[in-house]
Design a protein around this ligand. Structure first.
Ligand code: ANZ
Ligand code: ZN
Ligand code: ZN
Length: 820
């Protein structure tokens, strides 16, 4: 074995690729394009983790493969550089978020380069760069002009000690992340929203057309959450209040209403008497996400008001509850405790009457015996003129009746709500709006963009922008009077909703993106990332694309043709890699210990890239051994001729492996490469063309060492830019596979028999079906494996030696055997 200096080789080729700019691309109408993209990372201070290495290796293999298949490949990288962690670091260690982010990004670039990723670095972008976020502001203004932006009061998490708004991630068990003794409160603030709901039908209807993993499509459908139902009007103090229900058939069983505790009009319903109790209730409510809501204890408090059931005209009490979502439907629900488990528990807890309105088939449901709600179908009871109707039929019948008396109507509802983009913090894109006492809310003039983040700000006391007078005070663009700037910044999902359009021309100072370039490169052909982005990012990006199409910037409505979701990578102990479990493997340590090529090879060997996988140190050793063996083979092999049998295997491997790589079955391809190397390494010589082909197959996995060996074979160009090998079908002959199989089976059969019988045998006579004879010509390998001298006869051979008359027992694929 030769000693290979991987560190030196990898560095050498990384530098050569960069110096020759071989991965930098331009539009070329004569070439087919392929846009390969990984979801850009948040550049955390901790640097790359193994999940990143996995993600980028998957993408790089596809990019290299497509490039070698004559595609003009755009494969860029950038950074989702705004966001909370940088600001938190600023608060904790006093480093400016800009500085922190810049250091993190530089470190990311260095580490990504050490993995041998073939990015076009000339197109790098960072969302915290004014050259980028200027266009966030520009697009925000375009959205505003198009009527897609509005302001509305909405609930936020508020820490009274920090005197600031907290993100959901900063709320731990209802307490502030910095003040574990302080309850997070809910506060109503005016905030900026984007009307994504205007596109909800298109977002939903186009899901089936996407070439995306099915589970992601289902997640998006559920996130959009279309429901068909009925809006019922309840009179409360002579006002109309709307309530959304999917079960109007249960309307006669409504015994109370529940309004969301976060509802903006809650206090219209709270009577003087109940006010202190309601306020106390609100104070102790925890801020939780909608997901957590489902498992949370359902609680409520009486508001003092009553509503009139539109059908029974009965008075039912109204409660404020923690389980009703303020901004879903009308934020108020009609409760039917007999037929909804959540309502059942609530009614029991607060001693509210329960009324049965659906009877089961056996006609034996009794209210006082019910331990839980009856949620199945049945016939209506206690429902006046609707009694006896099947409840499924009653849904339409009752809705029609409500409609006829103007107290309800059929509606469609979506879970997807308008997108709240206001963030009350510093490290994000300033929203380009101005408040003037005279003119109201005025958008910033386009020519005044970008609105830069001020450098010098005070962290730790609320939103740093809100305390920065230099930033806030501004002239009104309309009347030139003194006015104030918006201090909210944008949700960073805004930044990531269109970055893929910026890459083709990421330095353009005149427009957010160049139409001709975008037209050439977009849509993204392969988008690679984790399933955790199934909803937010992937829906927002689809939405932006549709808006930009309608604003005539682009001509397509879907940004990502194919989505590839990589699996999760777990630590060797089967747990999620985490510092506290001590099972983290750092990619850079592995590169230093083995090599980037070995790491890449190992990551792709673990499992199918779309399936979860478990890190293995043994696997890492084995990958490293293979890479070394591969180099060893190329160092020792003589260039000469390839025999027909090897030619068959090489071409068959090219054919199958090409399919595997194209379909992201990298691990399957690797098994074939390993088999191929096992076989060819038994050979004394191989044709140069075959040696080059095998090297090319290996290249996307191990780009550095293959580039080195390519040059050792006398090539002056880059293997990275060479043409992918094409299988020569003429050289593929199934006969060889059948022969291999027949010989292996025979050796196995013979060894099994030898194991069973005790006496010493030296000769074997084998009888086969006549057309199998041709596969058992060269018996040397079987003789070697069994230690027997072997003779094979066709069963119909008149001259065969067959003292025991065994030949009659031979079957297809199952020769008969006589031993001596
Ligand atoms: C009465 C009823 C009786 C309901 C029954 C269900 C079963 P989807 O399908 O998800 O749209 N609801 C309405 N608005 C709500 C809000 N803002 N927060 C929480 N729950 C709300 O669910 C619609 C059902 O969820 C509605 O139908 C309503 O409860 C509740 F046996 O009305 B139902
Ligand atoms: Zn706090
Ligand atoms: Zn003004």
């Amino acid at each position: 074995m030769v000693e290979i200096n991987f560190v030196e080789i990898e560095k050498k080729w990384q530098e050569a690729w960069e110096k020759e700019k071989i991965f930098e691309v331009k539009e070329d109408s004569k070439k087919k394009k392929c846009y390969v993209l990984e979801m850009f990372p948040y550049p955390s201070g901790a640097g790359l983790h193994m999940g990143h290495a996995l993600n980028y290796t998957i993408g790089d293999i596809q990019a290299r493969f497509k490039r070698m298949n004559n595609f003009n490949v755009l494969y860029p990288m950038g950074y989702d550089a705004f966001g909370l962690p940088a600001e938190n670091a600023a608060i904790k260690v006093g480093e400016h978020p800009g500085k922190y982010t810049e250091n993190s990004m530089n470190n990311f670039v260095m580490q990504q380069k050490s993995l041998g990723l073939s990015y076009d670095w000339s197109k790098k972008l960072a969302t915290c760069d004014p050259e980028y976020y200027k266009w966030n502001q520009y697009l925000f203004l375009k959205f505003f002009e198009a009527g897609l932006v509005y302001r509305k009061k909405s609930a936020v998490n508020w820490c009274p000690k920090c005197a600031t708004v907290l993100a959901n991630e900063q709320v731990h068990n209802g307490k502030c992340w910095r003040h574990s003794d302080t309850d997070v409160e809910t506060k109503q603030l005016e905030q900026w929203f984007i009307k994504i709901t205007k596109y909800v039908e298109e977002l939903l209807n186009e899901i089936p057309k996407l070439d995306w993993p099915n589970r992601i499509k289902v997640l998006q459908e559920n996130w959009i959450g279309k429901s068909f139902g009925t809006e019922v009007i309840f009179k409360i103090n002579n006002d109309d209040w709307k309530v959304f229900t999917t079960r109007p058939d249960t309307l006669y069983g409504v015994t109370f209403l529940v309004i969301s505790a976060q509802h903006s009009k809650l206090f219209d319903l709270v009577t003087k008497e109940e006010k202190p109790k309601v306020e106390a209730f609100l104070k102790k409510l925890k801020s939780v996400s909608e997901k957590e809501l489902e498992d949370m204890e359902k609680e409520g408090i009486f508001t003092g008001s009553y509503a009139i059931n539109p059908l029974t005209k009965e008075k039912v009490p109204i409660y404020a509850g923690n389980f009703v979502v303020a901004d879903y439907a009308s934020g108020m629900v009609m409760a039917v405790p007999a037929h909804d488990q959540r309502d059942f528990e609530f009614a029991k807890k607060y001693s509210i009457p329960i009324k049965l309105v659906i009877q089961n088939k056996e006609n034996n449901l009794k209210l006082n015996e019910m331990q839980r709600a009856y949620t199945d179908n049945g016939l209506l009871v206690n429902s006046d003129k609707f009694n006896g109707l099947h409840n499924r039929e009653a849904i339409d019948k009752i809705t029609e009746y409500l409609q006829s008396i103007n107290l309800g109507s059929k509606t469609v509802l979506y879970k997807l709500r308008d997108w709240l983009i206001s963030r009350q913090r510093y490290w994000g894109t300033p929203i380009p709006m101005i408040y003037c006492d005279k003119c109201g809310i005025v958008p910033v003039n386009e020519k005044d963009l970008p609105i830069l983040l001020p450098e010098k700000v005070k962290f730790g006391e609320g939103n740093p922008l809100a305390t920065n007078s230099e930033f806030i005070n501004v002239k009104c663009p309309k009347c030139n009077g003194s006015a104030k700037r918006e201090t909210d910044t944008m949700d960073t999902f805004f930044d990531s909703s269109w970055y893929f359009l910026r890459y083709p021309d990421s330095k353009n100072a005149k427009v957010p993106f160049d139409n001709a370039k975008v037209k050439y490169w977009m849509p993204v052909d392969h988008y690679i990332g984790g399933a955790e982005h199934a909803c937010m990012h992937l829906i927002y990006a689809r939405f932006f694309t549709k808006v930009l199409r309608d604003l005539k910037y682009i001509e397509f409505g879907e940004p990502f043709n194919k989505l590839f979701n990589q699996g999760m990578l777990y630590g060797e102990d089967g747990n999620k890699m985490s510092k506290s479990l001590g099972n983290v493997v750092n990619p850079i340590d592995i590169i230093n210990k083995y090599s980037a090529d070995s790491l890449r090879f190992n990551l792709m060997s673990l499992a199918s890239p779309d399936k979860d996988s478990v890190w293995s140190n043994n696997g890492m050793e084995s990958a490293n051994k293979f890479v070394n063996k591969f180099v060893d083979f190329y160092t020792n092999i003589k260039i000469g001729k390839t025999n027909v049998k090897i030619e068959h295997l090489v071409n068959k491997t090219i054919k199958e492996y090409t399919e595997d790589i194209a379909n992201y079955k990298y691990n399957v391809g690797i098994i074939k490469l390993r088999t191929l190397l096992d076989v060819v390494s038994q050979e004394k010589e191989l044709a140069k063309q075959d040696l080059e082909s095998i090297l090319k197959l290996m290249h996307p996995l191990c780009p550095h060492i293959t580039e080195e060996l390519w040059h050792k074979l006398g090539n002056k160009d880059f293997i990275s830019l060479s043409n992918w090998p094409v299988a020569d079908e003429k050289k593929i002959n199934d006969k060889f596979d059948k022969e291999d199989k027949a010989l292996n089976n025979l050796a196995e059969d013979l060894n099994n028999i030898l194991k069973i019988i005790q006496d010493k045998k030296t000769k074997a006579f084998v009888y086969v079906i006549p057309n199998e004879l041709e596969f058992l010509k060269d018996l040397s390998s079987v003789e070697k494996k069994t230690g027997l001298e072997i003779k094979v006869f066709a069963v119909n051979d008149k001259a065969k030696y067959d003292p025991e008359n065994k030949s009659g027992k031979a079957k297809l694929n199952k020769p008969a055997i006589h031993l001596e």
